[in-house]
Design a protein around this ligand. Sequence first.
Ligand code: ATP
Ligand code: MG
Length: 718
Amino acid sequence: MEDILDGLNDAQREAVTTTEGYVRVVAGAGSGKTRALTRRFAYLVNDLGIMPGNILCATFTNKAAQEMRRRIRELTGDRDTGYVNTFHGLCVGILQEDGHSLGYPRNMLVLDNSDIDQMLAGIYEERDLTLRQMTFSQARDMIEMRKCITEPDYYLDMVTLPVEELKKAYDAASKPDDIIFRGYLYQERRCFGVDYNDLIFLTLYMFRRFPEIRLKWQKRLEYVMVDEFQDIDGPQHELMTQLCGYHRNLFVVGDPDQTIYTWRGADVRFLMDFPQDFPGTRTVMMTTNYRSTPQILDVANSLISKNRHRIAKDLVPVLPDGAPVTWNHAKDADSEAAQIAASIGALHGSGAAFRDIAVLYRAHYVTRAVEEALRNAKIPYVIYSGVQFFDRAEVKDALAYLRLVAEHDDLSFERVVNRPKRNMGRKRMAFLRAYADSHGCTLFEALERTVDDAVFKGTKARPFLSMVENMSLEYAHRPVSEALAAVLDASGYEDMLRTEGSQDRLDNLAELKQSAYDWEVDSGEETTMEDYLSHVALFSNQDTADSGDKVRLMTVHAAKGLEFAHVFLCGMNEGIFPSRKIRTAEQMEEERRLAFVAMTRARLGLHISEAEGFTSPDSSVRYPSRFLLDVRPGLLQFENRPDDTLLARTRDHIRLTQRWTESSSASFAVGDRVAHPVFGPGTVTEIDTQAGAYVIAFDDMPTPRAIAFRVKLQRADG
Ligand code: ATP
Ligand code: MG
């Protein structure tokens, strides 16, 4: 086993060995923060004898958690990696153990978007709502908004009420918004479903209501560590603060230049103000960059230096000189893609593995052209987003079968009862639903009780029922992978795919069975079907298909924290990156940080490309991204140069939109005292960057008003 402190610089050693108290590492991209964090875990275990189960290490993506578990396992030689998990994964663990205090069973269902949509579909049908009134995605946003921001108290009150009360509230609702919100709360409760927001809110709520449970977790987690702390949001911060409240050992690492989730509520102030929040904090800085060549680093540093709201810090590279960073201008998106494919082919020809090459982009729609070009060039690739593995219909169906066997829940029942066809169409489902509603039972129970009813004549309801019942008995204590294989067979599901000739889908199911098996091997003996189901429910796009020598395609957000030998950053055009949605100067700075994150993923080669032409969704002229012009001239080497007129027009375009974003940016913060030329003094209570307005509670007005940023406000004294 390698010595834990080998291959660490002084600052990293300090970070690793300062185990007690509050420690904050603020350092740039590729400076070895994550390495220090991983080593620290191993140091605690190997050198100090701390039990892995008493260490919490929170990450932002499953992929990061997996990677960290792998590294820790290598270093400690121990299977047990404690609580190395995402915030959501951690909350699942906590709620599985203690959620019963809130009336939640151990086998609650973690809901993903398609589960939520399925519930919404039921509500819409029952209450005659249409998608024209509100799409599912708008409905999900609305629900999130009401839970997290506008009605958290109502929502948490509902959590403790019996399900009948939730139904009453739902039945009594008349406005579409209320129907959907309350209907959703009711549906969630009926199957003990929890969505991603619930996970964290319910955990915090439980800690508030039951201090003894909180204390138990506080005592258990002797050391708490958080990666990518610059992107932590309020509830997550609250959770970490509480969890370290007993032993008071909190270690966080972050880079303010990589804050890319403020649009989801992340707040870099938690990193900046950490020493105020946790007195006695020791701050460690790291200034060496181990990841990228000087060429790549120069470009990235030159870009980020254009942000006004930042603390300047420079990274010193250790790698020797490499190839220049290139800027490739193409006539249209297809030739841009073809050139990327050709360059990747060439890299591969000169010895680079496909898996060491990544294509990064701002938004998914950019990938179509790239995918096509890669396919034409016969270059294997894997997309880390788009349709996610665990979101594919056949994978969801398979898991629904498994869940049905484990839990007999409605959501799964509805999903698979008629797949393959069992003649259980709308009419018969409506019958079951009505029965279940009036008898207060699940759909599955409803079918058990009514299967001999005349309505089910000519259906395969009876064999379906017996199949599920038998499986439940037989597989309760068998490995999940076996149960999965058995249910896919017994249900006729795989047969159906065979008849349809869906080889792709069958392959995906084979992959799923393999991954279930791997998971069992990985997690040791005492695993249950429920564990597996909550494990996969937390999976998302970035986490799939990690194996194989394939080029990786992903959004910049998904690439956070990762590194690749060669990075192709494509679609660097105004309107794509920066995105069309940018409204304010703050958002533009966040967008620039995102570009910085993209560039700093590259170790040896960075290739940036953009295309003019008419393929962007708004079919207007495409200008090269301002982020390319931000880079000091001379640092980027042209492969194809855009002509001078295009560059001149790009500059004009930037100047125009810049003025607009400047004037629409906020210059006051929440809590600031301001004076309005007409309304007089007041306090900023909210900043609506989307609308470009402050919400201000004026001293002399009964209700707050939204005031556009462009109106001149004076700073007033408290
Ligand atoms: P990011 O901000 O992008 O998350 P980071 O600060 O977490 O970056 P790491 O991913 O930990 O950086 O490290 C970047 C690369 O540098 C990795 O390949 C890592 O193995 C390597 N590295 C880190 N520290 C050292 C060191 N002391 N000596 C040699 N290589 C190192
Ligand atoms: Mg990192």
